[in-house]
Design a protein around this ligand. Structure first.
Ligand SMILES: Cc1cc2nc3c(=O)[nH]c(=O)nc-3n(C[C@H](O)[C@H](O)[C@H](O)COP(=O)(O)O)c2cc1C
Length: 190
């Protein structure tokens, strides 16, 4: 698949069919993740592939609790009606877990500790593009309490669960999400 077509065509999916994702496809999506760049090639990521229904249910319960907490904290109306059922409906989910120690020279910088997160974000985007190339829908999901996800998945305290990538076949058509024109976002210093 043409890379630009994948970047243009991938849109977040929040509506999945129950059909399982094959191990071969999951393996390719994980391989795509590991080709992402990282500070000093530290490869600060680990992956937890979750297909077990009980674990998905636990993550859903936790995500919904976090949604309600965020609604109370922010008062943002959309959070009241935001349905996170896709967390249990997606047949596969990959937790991307980062290691803050593997952040490169960034650890000495004022803002510090961003390098490992940036690398994991690059890995996550590779996963989305790979999923799209296999005809799958995917979602970058972050509305969860890191401590709770650590407990559910058995992740050590020193590592950070940064995202859950939900994967599966789309149950509905792609919803177009617009972008602002590039020129509104760009300055040319010629
Ligand atoms: C760091 C990050 C966190 C995100 N977290 C969530 C999330 O918790 N729930 C969700 O539904 N979408 C989440 N998204 C997806 C965005 O809402 C989505 O990418 C954006 O609205 C643009 O839509 P598109 O992906 O279809 O182009 C997240 C995206 C990023 C990059």
């Amino acid at each position: 698949m043409d890379l630009f077509e994948a970047m243009r065509g991938r849109r977040s999916c929040r509506d999945f069919l129950p059909a399982p994702v094959s191990d071969e496809v999951i393996d390719k999506i994980l391989e795509a993740a590991t080709w992402a760049p990282s500070p000093l090639n530290t490869q600060p990521w680990e992956f937890f592939v979750i297909t077990n229904r009980q674990i998905r249910e636990k993550i859903f319960t936790e995500a919904d609790r976090c949604r309600l907490w965020a609604f109370e904290k922010s008062g943002w109306k959309w959070l009241d009606s935001y349905d996170v059922d896709f967390v249990k409906e997606a047949p596969a989910m990959i937790a991307v877990v980062g290691d803050p120690k593997k952040t490169g020279v960034d650890m000495f910088m004022e803002e510090g500790n961003m390098g490992y997160q940036a690398a994991c974000a690059a890995a996550i985007q590779n996963m989305h593009l790979a999923a799209y190339s296999f005809g799958l829908g995917s979602l970058w999901f972050t509305l969860f309490d890191k401590k709770a996800i650590r407990e559910i998945l058995g992740i050590e305290d020193t590592k950070v669960p940064l995202a859950l990538v939900c994967l599966g076949q789309r149950a509905s058509d792609i919803r177009e999400v617009p972008r602002r024109p590039v020129k509104d976002k760009t300055q040319y210093l010629r």
